[in-house]
Design a protein around this ligand. Structure first.
Ligand code: 5GP
Length: 202
């Protein structure tokens, strides 16, 4: 039976482990792709341009905003992040399900445009563990870590606006949960293409 392409939105405070989580899930599930956002933030040592993000300069980002090239964009931790219309279109045209890993502001904007988006919030087990993870990452300054931590404490309260919540205490368990959500949504009758023929029985 054919079904509609699904849009999954994942949000989480910085350090909740969403990037490692969705990368693991993408490897375990077929026919799903992650959107690559644009950002003005500098790349971290392990990040690749065009794979993790499209890293662009502030002016280029502003030009793209003026030309209406972003379906949503937001300032997060002093940097700009945006989801391009083009990127979304390419993936949707390919008939794959799509995952957007974006902050709560971006999620709210997308939800208004795509009412059927499935929204998943990843929570860290505790604020203390979140702080340890941000420090272990070793890629941000102490000031940046504190900024991300303060924002995380505010962001955590928004989990109630989402359809699903995953507590990422154990990466394998969290991966299973995220994978299960995607599989369950794919089986939902409401997500079937109503124009598709029902297979013959008997
Ligand atoms: P990071 O700098 O740690 O990679 O990301 C910081 C925050 O920006 C995260 O919450 C991440 O989900 C969010 N983010 C990444 N790409 C986008 C995007 O295209 N739009 C929005 N609104 N947020 C994004």
């Amino acid at each position: 039976m054919k079904r509609k392409g699904l849009l999954f939105i994942i949000s989480a405070p910085s350090g909740a482990g969403k990037t490692s989580l969705f990368k693991k899930v993408i490897k375990k599930i077929e026919n799903i792709k992650a959107s690559v956002s644009h950002t003005t933030r500098s790349s971290r040592p392990n990040e690749r341009d065009g794979v993790d993000y499209h890293f662009i300069k502030q002016e280029e980002f502003q030009d793209k905003i003026k030309r209406g090239e972003f379906i949503e964009w937001a300032e997060v931790h002093g940097n700009l992040y945006g989801t391009s219309v083009e990127n979304l279109k390419i993936i949707q045209d390919s008939g794959l399900d799509l995952i957007l890993v974006i902050d709560i502001q971006g999620a709210e904007k997308i939800r208004k445009a795509y009412k059927n988006a499935i929204c998943i919030f990843i929570l860290p087990p505790s604020v203390e563990i979140l702080e340890d993870r941000l420090k272990e990452r070793g890629s941000d300054s102490e000031e940046e870590i504190q900024r991300r931590l303060n924002r995380a404490k505010e962001e955590i309260l928004y989990y109630k606006d989402y359809d699903y919540v995953i507590i990422n205490a154990d990466i394998d368990k969290a991966t299973d949960e995220l994978r299960s959500i995607i599989i369950a949504e794919r089986c939902r009758v409401a997500n079937l293409d109503s124009t598709a023929k029902v297979p013959k029985t008997g």
